[in-house]
Design a protein around this ligand. Structure first.
Ligand code: ADP
Ligand code: MG
Length: 318
């Protein structure tokens, strides 16, 4: 018997368990009814993953369920917002129950980790495409915007850079650390706890989806400042270190995207505070440079020489 759109929603996406207390009406009506806590602003973000643009046909549906939510939670993290709700627009070529159940497993296991309730969505037939919108809360004066960096602020990143980029190279399967690299590409950890801990401490933040130079460049542009970073201070996994050593090529940590780490700026007098705030949040913090006045992002190597690189991150329609 054919499985309808309504069966799909009910079987895979309508939660059987009670959800959050701030969800007055969830999936099943024309709209969800939700309440935002007093004194908080609603932080809203949306991201789409399209087959053969953002992921390859036939890729692991459980990882895709994880990643489609993770990239959105990463935006909330970069804003210092606490995740609350998600909506999901799924376009599917056909109803494949194995695929749906694996996708839902990946999606809901990450949602559960951050207390996120799926409160609605849309299900349509067409080329595979996944759109997730997330909603979170942040106090008005604590949001981590892109436009707050000031001359003299220190620049930091969470985690390590370039792993997802290395995983995208076709030969990573033969790499000693292929499992690690694959997990970094397919199941990124959104730095939600780090973002919450930095709210009210960092002066600006962004998540690194398009590469460090491009994303730090967005902070600089919006803040009307520039930045200088030291390549020898960049946090790198052993696999990425080895790649750079062998090829003398810094593009993985600087311009490859998909890492979903946070890049943020901190006034010098709050450096220790930022370090204390991030302790025990499950990711390292590394200081990589300073905000200055000359426009653009510049890199210096260990000898103090300027590195010239294309700074462009990934851009659609280019
Ligand atoms: P309408 O036609 O009024 O837009 P739909 O038939 O599209 O309603 O959806 C019925 C209910 O199921 C709505 O509450 C909607 O938010 C929810 N929904 C539809 N698709 C999904 C999905 N993929 N994930 C979560 N909820 C969904
Ligand atoms: Mg609808």
């Amino acid at each position: 018997m054919a499985v309808s759109e309504f069966d799909v929603i009910q079987r895979y996406f309508q939660p059987s368990r009670p959800t959050r207390a701030d969800v007055h009406l969830g999936i099943g009506d024309d709209c969800a009814l939700l309440s935002v806590p007093a004194g908080q602003q609603l932080a809203v973000s949306i991201d789409t993953l399209v087959e053969n643009v953002h992921f390859l046909a036939g890729c692991d549906p459980e990882a895709l369920g994880h990643k489609s939510l993770a990239v959105n939670l990463s935006d909330l993290a970069a804003m210092g917002a606490e995740p609350a709700w998600a909506t999901l627009a799924l376009t599917l070529p056909r109803v494949d129950e194995m695929w749906l159940s694996a996708f839902a497993k990946g999606f809901f296991s990450l949602a559960g980790r951050y207390g996120v309730a799926l409160v609605g969505g849309d299900t349509t037939q067409g080329p595979l495409s996944i759109t997730v919108q997330v909603h979170g809360f942040v106090a008005p004066d604590r949001a981590l915007r892109r436009d707050g960096a000031k001359f003299g602020d220190l620049i930091a990143v969470t985690g390590s850079l370039g792993d997802a980029g290395l995983a995208l190279l076709t030969d990573y399967h033969r790499h000693d650390e292929s499992e690690y690299l694959k997990a970094r590409l397919e199941r990124p950890t959104p730095r939600v706890d780090a973002g919450l801990a930095l709210a009210g401490v960092a002066s600006a933040a962004i998540d690194i989806s398009d590469g460090l130079l491009a994303d730090l460049g967005h902070i600089c542009e919006r803040s009307g400042v520039g930045a200088e970073i030291a390549t020898n201070q960049l946090p790198l996994s052993p696999a990425v270190k080895e790649y750079i050593k062998n090829r003398a090529d810094w593009s993985l940590p600087l311009t490859a995207g998909d890492d979903y780490e946070l890049c943020f700026t901190v006034p010098a007098e709050r450096q220790l505070l930022a370090e204390n705030q991030l302790r025990g949040r499950g990711c390292e913090l590394t200081w990589i440079g300073v905000i200055d006045q000359a426009p653009g992002v510049r890199c210096r190597n260990e000898k103090g020489n300027k590195l010239t690189l294309g700074t462009a991150g990934y851009a659609h329609f280019r």
